[in-house]
Design a protein around this ligand. Structure first.
Ligand SMILES: CC(C)(COP(=O)(O)OP(=O)(O)OC[C@H]1O[C@@H](n2cnc3c(N)ncnc32)[C@H](O)[C@@H]1OP(=O)(O)O)[C@@H](O)C(=O)NCCC(=O)NCCS
Length: 199
């Protein structure tokens, strides 16, 4: 029997997402130079790539992010984070999902060095996780980073994610092998956290 899927609504994120201090919005092609300004700092890339990104790589990344905006059903959200008051582009918010029906997403975040320790990454990650569970109806959202990346691990813990394991030397970048710690949160755990914080 053939199923008629044309009437099934596939949810997508409703953008921009506004948090208390930040706006998470779609990139435009000319955002690349603002992104390049912060990703080229060693403090930003040292736990992720092993070498500074080039202008060409950043331009290509932003062009990819813009192309993904038109793909339906959408699975990759690579989004700009701006300070709502100043309008400055200060970071990125990433949600990559498996195709609809799988219920799986992976979240990522990065904030410009000059804006660290203000709670911005936590604010961004929490908004994406909320939207992933509540809007996209995901069942599990994971996050991963290098085991040495204490700030990123702390953000994952603050979201209520549980450590699931360590992938040892599973990818190569900048001439070395990298390991990743995996954290994740399930929809029912998220629901419980939300219920407890609104009590
Ligand atoms: C990881 C990153 C996004 C954190 O950004 P941030 O906006 O400074 O994070 P927050 O201000 O929300 O802080 C989150 C927690 O981490 C803690 N923290 C920040 N830097 C830390 C460090 N170097 N070591 C240990 N804890 C740290 C903060 O104190 C806070 O915890 P607390 O509320 O219990 O005090 C930022 O360091 C970054 O962009 N790094 C480069 C890109 C990257 O590594 N992204 C993650 C890969 S997914």
């Amino acid at each position: 029997m053939r199923m008629n899927t044309s009437s099934i609504e596939i949810p997508s994120l409703s953008l921009p997402i506004k948090t208390r201090r930040l706006t998470i919005r779609e990139y435009t092609d000319d955002d690349w130079s603002d992104v390049y300004a912060y990703v080229r700092e060693e403090a930003f890339w040292k736990f992720q790539a092993g070498e500074a990104p080039t202008e060409e790589k950043v331009k290509a990344l932003i062009q990819w992010a813009v192309r993904e905006q038109k793909i339906a059903p959408r699975v990759n959200y690579f989004l700009a984070v701006t300070e709502t008051n100043s309008g400055d582009l200060i970071g990125e918010a990433v949600l990559k999902c498996l195709p609809p029906g799988h219920g799986q997403g992976d979240v990522g975040f990065g904030i410009a060095r000059s804006q660290w320790q203000k709670g911005y990454a936590t604010e961004v990650a929490r908004a994406l996780v909320d939207a992933g569970f509540e809007r996209l109806k995901l069942n599990r959202i994971s996050a991963q980073c290098a085991p040495e990346n204490k700030a990123s691990i702390r953000v994952m813990q603050k979201l209520g994610m549980a450590r699931e394991g360590l992938l040892r030397e599973h990818y190569q970048a900048g001439g070395k092998y990298w390991s990743s710690v995996i954290y994740a949160l399930l929809a029912r755990e998220h629901e419980k956290i939300k219920t407890n914080t609104t009590k």
